[in-house]
Design a protein around this ligand. Sequence first.
Ligand code: AHR
Length: 512
Amino acid sequence: MKKIFISGVLLLCSLISYGQTSIILDAKGSDQQISRHIYGHFAEHLGRSIYGGFYVGEDNTKIPHVNGVRKDVIAALKNLNIPNLRWPGGCFADTYHWKDGIGPKNERPTIVNTWWGGVTENNSFGTHDFLNLCEILETEPYLAGNVGSGSVQEMMDWVQYTNSKEGNPMAKLRQENGRAEPWQVKYWGIGNEPWGCGGNMDAEFYANLYKQYATYLGKGYLEGGIYRIASGPAGDDYNWTEVLMKKIPLSLMEGIALHHYAVTDWEAKGPSTTFDEKQYFGTMRQALLMNELVEKHSAIMDKYDPQKKIGLVVDEWGGWYEVEPGTNPGFLYQQNTMRDAMIAGATLNIFNNHSDRVRMANLAQTINVLQAVILTDEEKMLLTPTYHVMEMYKVHQDATLLPLQVKSAEYQFGDDKLPAVWASASRNKQGLTHISLVNVHASKAQEISIDIKGANYKKLNGRILSSKKLQDYNTFENPNLITPKAFKDAKLRDNTLSLQVPPFSVVVLALQ
Ligand code: AHR
């Protein structure tokens, strides 16, 4: 009888296979703050991001809006506490002439959006519309200036228009267009991907051009000065970072950008929902490469800027797949599954843990494009699994980083392997500690034990984002299939936390 019972237990254990992960949490803290700007977003004039996503027009009678901007979108983004929003591109930024988007809407010129679908852009959403939207969202605007096909004068004018109070031509023009006070825009990107769609330049050429722009933008009419962001490397182009850091004086640059998408093959990106485990593993390998990219670019920056004055700004990141069947290939519209929740959760943990250098990041993109947090279909709107991760993680914004030592179980696929567990922790101003954990393993749950040093927590709460299948996603018919739930599988005893985290799930714990 006893023998039968033991072999029954053994059989059960082999059916439910667990990985073992151990973590040490240094609850005493650090002198590192996780900038809320790591939780930034990106909205380009691309597909249905602006038109149909954010903006449905002042005359729309079907979809509730404020000055043409959807009310449901405003409410959803406010709930994320989005700290900043990058606009108007992307590649579009280097074709955009901001003066086309001001003044009476019926007098604005139309242009063709040459990068994205060749559609007509009527410029009805321009500078005032965007900056007023940011005020409603209580978020900081991040404007990307046109270097590829613009001029230093054009960008200087834009800064003057948005930031100067009075006494010069652009402030006067802004006032004539109905806005008395300047918006005081702090974040300015000088071009976008100059090594590609932004002009196919080499690093030396761009560094010289950058210095010219940065010199004339100067302090940008802002007390304390504007935050000028140089267009940085694509992925592992370490030479680009080296050249920029070597050639640009630290006094002319506040941030340097990095773009990295989780793509396995640019010629065959694979479907957004009907992927297999091989494709999933490949995507995660690319997403998790972010850790190495951030560390290696930071090491180069450390050589020239040991005091870490310049921020690494990862202003485009996320998953990129084939577009949904039947949609315009130039619109980059894709669905968002639990795979995307894994990318978001793990990447944000990487940024948190490197917040000494990563000061800002922008998920690409907010609505209806790439790894969106919101999808819309006329009057319908849904929140994606990525949205829910961002919402669960907002507790880390501006909190103090608590260092973790993670000994993770492995996620093995074929001959390849990745760490299965990705985590970060912080303490907020109210004294609440949060630990975010992601188990990227496609089939194995993780037994995680967290040894807490330097604090004595008494209370524990948690939330989990999980689903039956990795390929699951929210639809307009079933928008709440994937939403955060209360997490019950954690125990706190004698300063040790023990929890079981299911495969492909995200957990955020709150400790007091
Ligand atoms: O996010 C889509 C595009 O990807 C952006 O326009 C460009 O900067 C990048 O290549």
